[in-house]
Design a protein around this ligand. Structure first.
Ligand SMILES: [Mg+2]
Length: 300
């Protein structure tokens, strides 16, 4: 397996894929060249997926890892109400992994990229003793319209898309639909765009668990939240898994009480689960008790 050979193979496949009109130079030069439109803001995010931390080679296929690496970053774009433009993918891997592994990794990544019309505009490749992936995604929003974590107000309703706890449940049972859901999360890009247009006041994606991500949104908005509605549980998931299990990649958002938030966006259910309240920044109540954030904190 030679680096030039791998890069050429990726490039051949990328040239057949999606190419955003904003990317005037994609793979093949020292930098990608982006020509942004007037009256738009660009949003950027970068996410690690690391062997031994986010996945194990024994349980996750190359396709699972390629999918997840891009899905995590796309989910961040969704949380900002962004539309995907381009991504950069850096991959380090042991030389013992065959060219077949690399092909399968890019197969899954590029198939997700095609589905959400994001172009792979470059990246880096290195050999290392573990698999480490870093995906940078760029998206666009109309100027000043990015959905932020910091703009929720006391009195706003709190909502989530989809169902909660499915990924954590899948991780514990390692089979069936919940496990597949854990392996192949679905970024909620259409919902993110719809929420921006519906006038949601703030948004965050649920990567580390409802209790932790809601506390983060509350902290940024200098408010608290009371969870008073029933949580939409994924099949088989417990309330604990819904509260503290990570990697659901659903959207948690707020809206003024009079905003017309539909029960579904496309086929994705939307559920009201609580209210923003005046409180010490970051405090969250559930069932009348102060909730300790129990989600996934890398440095806890
Ligand atoms: Mg996020």
């Amino acid at each position: 397996m030679r680096e030039t050979g791998i890069v050429d193979a990726i490039r051949r496949r990328v040239s057949k894929g999606t190419r955003s009109a904003l990317v005037v130079q994609g793979m093949g030069d020292d930098c990608a060249v982006l020509r942004p439109r007037a009256r738009e803001d660009l949003v950027f995010t970068t996410d690690f997926v690391i062997e031994g931390r986010h996945f194990e080679l024994a349980t996750h296929s190359a396709q699972d890892i390629g999918h997840k690496a891009l899905a995590r970053s796309l989910s961040d774009l969704a949380a900002m109400g962004g539309e995907p433009v381009f991504c950069l993918v850096s991959l380090a891997l042991p030389t013992t992994l065959a060219a077949r592994w690399v092909k399968a990794f890019y197969d899954a990544l590029l198939s997700l990229a095609a589905r959400f019309q994001i172009s792979l505009a470059g990246g880096d490749l290195a050999s290392f003793e573990k698999v480490v992936v870093d995906v940078m995604c760029c998206g666009r929003v109309p100027r000043g319209k990015a959905l932020l974590r910091s703009s929720a107000k006391a009195g706003d309703d709190v909502f989530v898309t989809g169902e909660l706890g499915g990924s954590a449940h899948g991780f514990s049972v390692r089979r069936g639909a919940a496990w597949r859901r854990h392996l192949r999360p679905e970024p909620r890009l259409a919902a993110g765009t719809a929420l921006r247009k519906l006038g949601a006041t703030s948004c965050i994606d649920l990567s580390d668990g409802l209790s932790l991500d809601l506390a983060r949104l509350c902290r940024e908005s200098k408010a608290g939240a009371k969870l008073d509605g029933a949580l939409p549980l994924a099949r088989g998931a417990s309330v604990e898994e819904a509260l503290h299990g990570g990697e659901d990649y659903e959207l948690l958002f707020t809206a003024r009480p009079w905003a017309k938030i539909p029960k579904r966006i496309g086929r994705l259910p939307v559920t009201r689960i609580g209210t923003m309240v005046q409180a010490k920044a970051g405090q969250v109540w559930f069932g009348g008790r102060l909730l300790r954030p129990g989600g996934f904190d890398h440095f806890a």
